[in-house]
Design a protein around this ligand. Structure first.
Ligand code: G3H
Ligand code: 13P
Ligand code: ZN
Length: 318
């Protein structure tokens, strides 16, 4: 089987009240950890590469790693997605080089400019059989060189969504309802609470339309603890409560983006080996523990948060 787009995945997820996990990939061990878990649980997945990931690994390696996973698991529905594409050129490059989905992120630009650039990407991508995600509203946190402070972040305005979707022809929409990028999403002592009222209003205006949540790591404290007990210093790392992500997954939210949790898993594994086996210098010895933790985390997300386990069997595009 070749890579699929997210069209059928999202339709089935919407109707079935679950969400597809969109996991960020940066190297072979991360691709292996994610796809082993998805294969064992028969879950469709999105593998997504940011511009930073493409720069770090070289996009060709990432595409080939994903193709290798498909060779190993030919029945696994995988979409390969560009995460946070900054402009038309990077989206075009991914469309031309094997990606089946791209995100154009002009959420920090004025509304009309966001519409204009997104429309141009949609026109090109659709002509090549590739689907497009765009964003309205601004998440706080750090992605690549862009660091949005909490004050500069803004919730999605539901008044904007119908005009944006109809004018651009986009296939899915990322909205800002209180999630944020990175491992430090909330101040200690505050109660994390997503704005489900905004989500409900968006859904009322866009019935049946797939919604995306970025910044949806839950920052599992057991991995933060392993990191800190093995020489790390992650203070007050706090994520989105899993029950709120489960609630989102049951609604119109069809894609949930997770990167920071995988970083925590990989770092916990590597730190543990470094701290506890000081004579180890074979990269396989520590990367395999990190890879196992990535796999454990993805398996937990699929089963206990997203509800996408077993759902690969329902997809006809395979
Ligand atoms: O949305 C941000 C993702 O975590 C990707 O992060 O741009 O540092 O690869 P990155
Ligand atoms: P996290 O930092 O919460 O994992 O978010 C990842 C993300 O939104 C990737 O686009
Ligand atoms: Zn994101």
């Amino acid at each position: 089987m070749s890579l699929v787009t997210t069209t059928e995945m999202f339709k089935k997820a919407y109707d079935g009240g679950y969400a597809i996990g969109a996991f960020n990939i940066n190297n072979m061990e991360i691709v292996q950890g994610i796809t082993e878990a998805a294969h064992e649980l028969n879950s469709p997945i999105v593998l997504q590469a940011s511009q930073g990931a493409r720069k770090y690994a070289n996009s060709i390696y990432l595409v080939k790693l994903v193709e290798a996973a498909l060779d190993l698991y030919p029945d696994l529905p995988i979409a390969l997605h560009l995460d946070h594409g900054a402009d038309f050129e990077v989206c075009k490059d991914c469309v031309d080089n094997g990606f089946t989905s791209v995100m154009i992120d002009c959420s920090s630009k004025p509304f009309e400019e966001n519409i204009a650039i997104t429309s141009k990407v949609v026109e090109y991508a659709h002509a090549h059989g590739v689907v497009v995600e765009a964003e309205l509203g601004t998440l706080a946190g750090i992605e690549d060189a862009v660091n949005v402070s909490a004050e500069d972040s803004s919730y999605t305005n539901p008044d904007d969504v119908e005009e944006f979707v109809s004018k651009t022809g986009v296939d899915s929409l990322a909205i800002a309802i209180g999630t944020s990028h990175g491992a430090f999403k909330f101040k200690p002592g505050t109660k994390p609470q997503l704005r489900f009222d905004i989500l409900d209003e968006v859904v009322r205006r866009l019935p049946g339309f797939p919604i995306v949540l970025h910044g949806s790591s839950s920052v599992p404290q057991e991995y933060v603890r392993i990191i800190n007990e093995n020489g790390g210093a992650l203070k007050d790392a706090i994520g989105i409560p899993e029950d709120q992500l489960r609630e989102a997954a049951r609604s119109a939210v069809c894609k949930i983006n997770i990167d920071s949790d995988l970083r925590l898993g990989m770092t916990a594994g590597v730190r543990q080996v470094f701290e506890q086996q000081k004579d180890v210098f074979d990269p396989r010895s520590y990367l395999k523990v990190g890879r196992q933790y990535v796999k454990d985390i993805v398996a937990h997300k699929i089963k206990d948060v997203l509800g996408s386990d077993g759902k690969a069997a329902d997809l006809t595009v395979r």
